[in-house]
Design a protein around this ligand. Structure first.
Ligand code: GRF
Length: 226
């Protein structure tokens, strides 16, 4: 099968960026059609920013407090909501300025509002995310620990958790899965061991899921579907 056309990818990170690294590595090996046009972090000290700089990828730091969207400790829910909506609208603008074909959230710890998702959808730019759980299970933060705890209470279905790459919609971790990998829990494994095992698997799945989403987006463009 032929490679897809050259594809511009923007990656959003918040932390260590090991999944970003997997994509950087793949872009010079198995996915030569991928050009990472920018890495954006909402945390200044995210090691993902260093990984991007080391690979000569442009970076942007976009933060709610540093960007003065709201003050530290803002407690008024309406003010907070408004600030986040504006923050997300500005994020969309920053992302779209590079004209990416797709956005990958790789450990991006910020819920994306419609003020981000809608402008991207209007430009037919899919947004995908990595989540360490099976579809419809353990949405949100702390998914691995919650699955681990349930396993040890005998409450984890088939003793399996997992990882998925999925399209992002405004309901957290509920968008359509692109690729899913099941992870079998075992009785003697510690939480840290399970986390490490899942992270290892994430690095291959994020590459696989990104490649699949890229193939799909070019197929859709060819037949004129958004
Ligand atoms: C991953 O485990 C991902 O599942 C979770 O955040 C972590 C990011 O890891 N949502 P890294 O920054 O890619 O190393």
């Amino acid at each position: 099968m032929h490679d897809p056309p050259p594809t511009k990818v923007t990656i959003l990170v918040s932390g260590n960026g090991s999944n970003l690294q997997a994509l950087i590595d793949a872009s010079s090996t198995t996915m030569p059609y991928v050009k990472i046009v920018r890495v954006i972090s909402n945390r200044a000290n995210a090691f993902g920013l260093t990984r991007a700089r080391n690979a000569s990828i442009p970076t942007t730091y976009h933060n709610l407090i540093a960007g003065k969207y709201h003050a530290t400790g803002e407690s008024d829910p309406a003010a907070k909501k408004q600030a986040r909506e504006k923050y997300d609208a500005d994020l969309a603008e920053k992302v779209l300025a590079d004209g990416p074909d797709i956005v990958v959230c790789a450990g991006w710890m910020h819920i994306l509002a419609p003020t981000f998702l809608d402008p991207l959808a209007r430009r037919n730019v899919p947004v995908i995310n990595l989540h360490p759980a099976l579809p419809q299970k353990y949405d949100g933060a702390g998914a691995i620990k919650r699955a681990y705890d349930d396993y040890h209470k005998g409450k984890l279905e088939h003793d399996k958790t997992g990882i998925m790459i999925h399209y992002v919609i405004s309901e957290v971790d509920r968008g359509a899965p692109i690729v899913v990998r099941e992870i079998q829990c075992t009785p003697l494994e510690t939480l840290t061991e399970l986390e490490n095992r899942i992270h290892q698997q994430e690095h291959t799945l994020i590459v696989e899921g990104t490649a699949m989403a890229i193939i799909k987006l070019w197929e859709n463009r060819k037949i004129g579907v958004s």
